[in-house]
Design a protein around this ligand. Structure first.
Ligand code: FAD
Ligand code: S2G
Ligand code: ZN
Length: 494
């Protein structure tokens, strides 16, 4: 059984009893409750999707899942759990990658999935107010006819919820252009660990009155309260979107390429993604693409996807064609080959290649994921150091670690390392990887978690990226909001 690092003892918490369940039945409709306890006696299989994470790496033991439909119901559930000292794991789309949404012991899972109404959308300002359980992709579809887009996009869009995105402060493929949720979220409605409803669902662009409390819940990973409502500023849809997919002879060309692209495309550049050759070959082997002619790709060592979002299709295409020509005609071409998407479907298939890599990792085996921030110049060095490490430990090859690869959001300095365990997670593999990888990242003055958060996976690694003083004051904030430690206990803080 793969579990989080030395699971903390929740001696301060109680498991759910039939009496608790009877109380939940007073708050919720029967269809909103799944529990192995009588009178529900749901089979554990029916709870499986709530007790296992997207990667199949974390396994919870919750015997009760509650699916409230209103903020008031969330508040009443939390009040009862506070009184009875029952742990609560808020859960959205369960696509998180650090075990944050999976129970560690007998906490209940409080799923926001049944709270999926759009409350309002103003097509003039682009301000959207929605329940936390709205799936990201469905919000995109809701505002598209009004020529607006969500300010974030990620491969999990079909399942992840806006409340979960906010709680993990998800970055994704559009951060370079539209910034982080710390800037685009205007207000939140949160049920605090004592059941109080904190209604800060402001739709004001500017409101400089007192401490900005909502920022604590953005990236709070469900440890300070349950986000039930979101007010977010959505940008107008770009009039023209294009993308190019480029093959580079080697990694050293990425930096000069990034500088050239930024200079030549300027304000219309909206994404700059990196894919190393191992990840590229994996994608091809699982049917992604093809995007480039294999002959022209030759022994290219890495690939870059650049997207532009501008105001004028023709103008932007001219800029991109000019860029491609200059790259290919240079004395020392920075690229071996490249393609500019010629149609919406080609545009989509280029993005599908990048977004599909995460799924491919799951098909290859069980991935150890290290979502880190390191200086762009060190991306390849860090990936190679991990591969060397596993080789030196005799843990590289089909019997253990079959692939070590890197891809990610260059513009954010965010590298996603995926170390694939072909035959499943094994303690000796993790022991070879951790804390080695965290020490490497720290030696590059990086962050051990760029966008996926800490969850239960990295509580022991927080100190590599945050000082003792920082961690001490995070504890104080946790103590103020959740003195009973019932809200997602064992997550984020060591
Ligand atoms: P869950 O996984 O259900 O929960 C995540 C955390 O938030 C948990 O700690 C949970 O307790 C808490 N939580 C959830 N909902 C609430 C709520 N309403 N109130 C309080 N706490 C809550 N991440 C990126 O940043 N960038 C990417 O590019 C990216 N790509 C991905 C691609 C794929 C294919 C997958 C599977 C994941 C990817 N992720 C990415 C991970 C991303 O963080 C999660 O997918 C997403 O943001 C979490 O949303 P969720 O609704 O699935 O939350
Ligand atoms: C991405 C998803 C996680 C991973 O694709 O940008 O955030 O390591 C990642 O594939
Ligand atoms: Zn990412």
């Amino acid at each position: 059984r793969r579990w989080a690092h030395n699971i903390p003892s929740f001696s301060h918490l109680n498991a759910v009893t039939e009496e608790d369940l009877a109380h939940f039945h007073k708050i919720l409709a029967p269809t909103s409750i799944l529990s192995t306890l009588p009178p529900n006696s749901t089979s554990t299989d029916d709870l499986a999707s709530y007790n296992e994470d997207w990667m199949g790496k974390y396994h919870g033991q919750a015997n009760t899942v509650l699916r409230p439909r209103t903020t008031q119901q969330v508040s009443e559930i939390v009040k009862w759990c506070a009184k009875r000292r029952i742990g609560i794991v808020p859960q959205g789309g369960n696509t998180g990658l650090v075990g944050g949404g999976i129970s560690l012991q007998k906490e209940i899972v409080l799923s926001l999935g049944a709270m999926s109404n759009v409350r309002s959308f103003d097509p003039v300002s682009g301000i959207l107010v929605a329940d936390a359980g709205c799936v990201l992709e469905s919000l995109s579809e809701y505002i598209a006819p009004h020529n607006h887009i969500m300010p974030l996009d990620l491969g999990a869009k079909g399942s992840c919820q806006i409340g979960g995105n906010i709680s993990t402060n998800a970055g994704g493929l559009r951060l370079l252009r539209y910034g982080s949720l710390h800037g685009t979220v205007l207000g939140l409605e949160v049920v605090l660990p004592d059941g109080t409803i904190l209604d800060q669902l402001s739709t004001l662009r500017k409101d400089n009155t007192g401490y900005d409390l909502k920022q604590l819940f953005i990236g709070g990973e469900g440890t300070l309260g349950i986000v039930t409502g979101v007010s977010i500023l959505t940008p107008p849809a770009p009039q023209a979107s294009n993308n190019v997919f480029l093959a580079l002879p080697n990694f050293n060309n990425v930096l000069p390429l990034y500088q050239t692209v930024k200079r030549q495309l300027g304000e219309i550049m909206s994404a700059f993604e990196y894919i190393d050759r191992t990840a590229y070959d994996m994608g091809i082997s699982h049917g992604l693409g093809p995007i480039l002619d294999a002959g022209e790709v030759g022994d290219s060592q890495c690939f870059v996807l650049v997207e532009t979002s501008g105001g004028n299709q023709t103008h932007d295409e001219e800029k991109l064609n000019g860029l491609l020509e200059s790259l290919l005609s240079a004395e020392q071409p920075l690229i071996n080959t490249g393609v500019l998407s010629q149609s919406p479907s080609q545009f989509a298939s280029i993005w599908a290649f990048r977004e599909g890599l995460t799924e491919c990792c799951q098909k290859e085996g069980k991935p150890y994921k290290y979502d880190v921030s390191v200086p762009l110049a060190d991306f390849q060095k860090v990936v190679d150091a991990i591969r060397e490490r596993m080789i030196s430990k005799g843990l590289y090859g089909d019997h253990a670690i079959s692939k070590v690869m890197g891809y990610g959001h260059v513009g954010d300095g965010n590298l996603h390392m995926n170390v694939i365990a072909k035959h499943g997670y094994r303690p000796e593999l993790e022991e070879a990887l951790e804390p080695y990888i965290y020490e490497i990242v720290a030696s590059h003055k990086g962050s051990v978690s760029a966008e996926h958060g800490i969850g239960s996976m990295k509580t022991h690694a927080l100190h590599y990226s945050k000082s003792d003083v920082s961690i001490e004051w995070m504890r104080k904030i946790k103590q103020v909001f959740d003195p009973l430690n019932i809200m997602n206990p064992g997550k984020v803080l060591p």
